[in-house]
Design a protein around this ligand. Structure first.
Ligand code: IPM
Ligand code: MN
Length: 351
């Protein structure tokens, strides 16, 4: 297969982890006879420095023309503590999601047999966890009306959803549940929020189209608790943007390290793959960040192109590296810590 992939390394550890995903993907392409061409493009703080905005039109054009986008991370501390900053790297990420129409963020959470005891949660709680969040990504409070009133003394952000936005996300949730254990949980706050009541009403109305799927409706606060108590009870969870942002960080703890969880953001025309972790600026340039979330994001990309054996080859080699202790310092636990680039070399060498 011929694949044209836009490569958005971004900020912080982004470039380092992206390099490893490229190494691994190129090796896969060589072994399985594919032809991948990578087109790099600027985003985040790096793009602000170069052209004054975090998601330039030139980058958007490259992403739109590509078969998929592989994305590193965005964010730089020099913007974080400056509430008056006019442009922020994160705006680039939001603009990119919206302009590419990436309305569904697929965030799986699973455990690795060799890492079960690395999780701060007890083995018996997390064993067998295999769940997927579908987080709505282009609406809600992230994109609703916001502003200041009363000479800046009142601030507001609005959570707005249309029925259609909920339907298209929920449809993906039902379809995904059909390929898995046919359980779908709609996470909302329908006891308080009107937008959540529209979620519930919309999803309830769709149930009859998917009679085999068992749907549960749970409040987000209760899910936050049950997620660390009995994560293996869940299969597919659908939720709005901000709830999904928070719960997926929480869920990543189950796997043992934030450096492990991949994600895909998909819409009607475009697909983007990225680790769920951030730019981890303290580690930038040190060659110590865990590249596995990005490598596993590349596996999700191959999977979505229908290249199942290729995706499996990546997951297998990642499992092998974990089992053999070829890991970065976040997982080394006193034993030898490998560099980011060494892990990448090892993975490519063992495919
Ligand atoms: C994520 C991140 C982003 C978000 C930030 C960087 C804007 O936390 O992808 O989860 O909140 O969506
Ligand atoms: Mn987040």
């Amino acid at each position: 297969m011929k694949l044209n992939i836009a490569l958005l390394a971004g900020d912080g550890i982004g470039p380092e982890v992206i390099d490893q995903a490229v190494k691994v993907s190129d090796k896969i392409a060589e072994k399985f006879g594919h032809d991948i061409s990578w087109t790099p493009a600027l985003t985040g703080a790096a793009a602000i420095d170069a052209v004054g905005e975090p998601y330039p039109d030139s980058t958007h054009a490259i992403c739109e023309a590509a078969d998929a986008v592989l994305f590193g991370a965005i964010g730089h501390p020099r913007f974080d503590n400056d509430p008056s900053a006019k442009v922020r790297p994160e705006q680039g990420l939001l603009k990119m999601r919206q302009k590419l129409g990436l309305f569904a963020n697929v965030r799986p959470t699973f455990t690795f047999p060799s890492l079960i005891d690395k999780s701060p949660l007890k083995r018996e709680r997390i064993e067998g966890t295999d769940l997927v969040f579908l987080r709505e990504l282009t609406s809600g409070v992230y994109f609703g009306e916001r502003g200041r009133k009363d000479d800046g003394n009142i601030a507001f952000d609005t959570m707005t959803y249309t029925r259609e936005e909920i339907q298209r996300l929920a449809k993906k949730g039902f379809e995904l549940a059909m390929t898995r254990s046919k359980r779908l949980c709609c996470v909302d706050k329908a006891n308080v929020l009107e937008s959540s009541r529209l979620w519930r009403e919309t999803v309830q109305a769709m149930e009859k189209e998917y009679p085999e799927v068992t749907v549960s409706y749970e409040f987000v606060d209760a899910v936050a608790m049950r997620l660390v108590q009995w994560p293996s009870d869940y299969d597919v969870l659908i939720t709005e943007n901000l709830f999904g942002d928070i719960l997926t960080d929480e869920a990543s703890v189950i796997s043992g390290s934030m450096g492990l969880m991949p994600s895909a953001s998909v819409g009607t025309d475009n697909k983007l793959y990225e680790p769920i972790h951030g730019s981890y600026p303290q580690a930038a340039g040190k060659d110590i960040a865990n590249p596995l979330a990005t490598v596993l994001s590349a596996a999700m990309m191959f999977e979505d192109f229908g290249l199942t054996a290729e995706a499996k080859a990546i997951r297998d080699v990642v499992n092998k590296s974990l089992a053999e202790g070829v890991v970065t310092e976040d997982l080394a636990d006193g034993a030898k810590a490998y560099k980011t680039s060494e892990v990448g070399d090892w993975l490519a060498g063992n495919i």
